[in-house]
Design a protein around this ligand. Structure first.
Ligand code: NAD
Ligand code: LMR
Length: 334
């Protein structure tokens, strides 16, 4: 029996994400929370013939806590998306929404896995951590910032550049760091299968590939021209990442290696990563092994080539202040 809750379920990401979760056989109860239209989305999805029983909740009568009650996994795409000309940092206006949801989670399902999609992820994940700490229920192994869309994009764009676009799913490219522009650190030298040296050693081609991975979000924001940011690709990436967590926690799957933006204090491996990156950042998207309790192990960054060392420097520089901004955010009391 697995209860999943989506907060922001009526939004551009929330609706297709909820659909994909409704189709996931590991989910038996699907709870949808939003400040608008959650009941409509729930009624609609509830007609699909799959195991998950769907219920919708709106804010009145403690709707958030009712929706979250005893959830095993909470996925959060609540909040405002970007419009052209905005940076993800401009979305710090979502800080209050995240803090309030974290307070509700602390009361209603303190042991849930928490998957944060709401931007700016570099700051919203530290906000969740601080609120949960204050409530005395913080488990860094269970708080996961979802950077998986960067990994999905890396697979797609690399496969396209090497001339094998149909093999996108076969390309595994670690993307570490954070989730915005220069903080996104694609490790092309670690791609499996490897990227041919004529691309890796061609500065122009390589820079273009890195740039596309780092600014893939902007590509969508521009194309949508004021109608929001990535929703469908994010829903797919979010559902895939949720499935990894669910399989590791409840599906009896052997340990799986993925990347997520997490608290480096979650495991002893975090200190080793801080040494590798030469910075004492408290949050970073790292290679992790997932297990029944969430983050089972933080794995090393591994070898970087010169080009990646330069990218790492820029990522660290930009990420530090975003983490600090999240940590020092003062939410309204619950
Ligand atoms: P959207 O506006 O379509 O949907 C957001 C939903 O959140 C709306 O339905 C809204 O009613 C709801 N909401 C607002 N306040 C809420 C609250 N207090 N509690 C519950 N629900 C609330 O936006 P979207 O396109 O779905 O994007 C949502 C967020 O996800 C944005 O911040 C966006 O930047 C972010 N995002 C992150 C990634 C990533 O890779 N992590 C990718 C794409 C988008
Ligand atoms: C993305 O990477 O698509 C998201 O973070 C949304 C955005 O604002 O670009």
């Amino acid at each position: 029996m697995v209860k999943a809750c989506v907060c922001g379920a009526a939004g551009g990401i929330g609706q297709p994400l909820s659909l994909l979760l409704k189709l996931n056989p590991l989910v038996t109860e699907l709870s949808l929370y939003d400040v608008v239209n959650a009941l409509g989305v729930a009624a609609d999805l509830s007609h699909i013939a799959s195991p998950a029983q769907v219920t919708g909740y709106l804010p009145p009568d403690n709707g958030a806590e009712k929706a979250l009650k005893d959830s095993d996994i909470v996925i959060i795409p609540a909040g405002v998306p970007r419009k052209p000309g905005m940076t993800r940092d401009d979305l710090f206006i979502n800080a209050g929404i995240c803090a309030t949801l974290a307070q509700s989670i602390a009361k209603a399902c303190p042991k849930a896995f928490i998957l944060v999609i709401s931007n700016p992820v570099n700051s919203t994940v530290p906000i969740f951590a601080e609120v949960l700490k204050k409530a005395g229920v913080y488990d860094p192994k269970r708080l996961l910032g979802v950077s998986h869309l960067d990994i999905v994009r890396a697979s797609t764009f690399v496969a396209s550049v090497v001339g094998k676009p149909a093999d996108a799913a076969k390309y595994v490219v670690p993307v570490l760091g954070g989730h915005s522009g220069a903080t996104i650190l694609p490790l092309l030298s670690q791609s499996q299968p490897s990227i041919p040296s004529e691309i890796l050693n061609d500065k122009e081609k390589r820079d273009a590939l890195v740039n596309r991975i780092q600014f893939g979000g902007d590509e969508v924001v521009k194309a949508k021209d004021g109608a929001g940011s990535a929703t469908l690709s994010m829903a797919q990436a979010g559902a895939e990442f949720a499935e990894y967590v669910l399989k590791a926690a409840f599906g009896g799957e052997k340990v799986r290696t993925v990347q997520a933006y997490i608290d480096l204090g979650a495991d002893a491996g975090g200190a080793a990563v801080q040494k590798e990156i030469g910075a004492d950042l408290s949050f970073f998207s790292v290679n992790i092994q997932l297990g029944p309790g969430g983050v089972e192990k933080i794995l090393p960054v591994g070898d970087l080539d010169d080009s990646e060392k330069t990218l790492l420097e820029a990522a660290v520089k930009e990420l530090g202040p975003s983490i600090e901004k999240g940590v020092s955010f003062q939410p309204a009391p619950p």
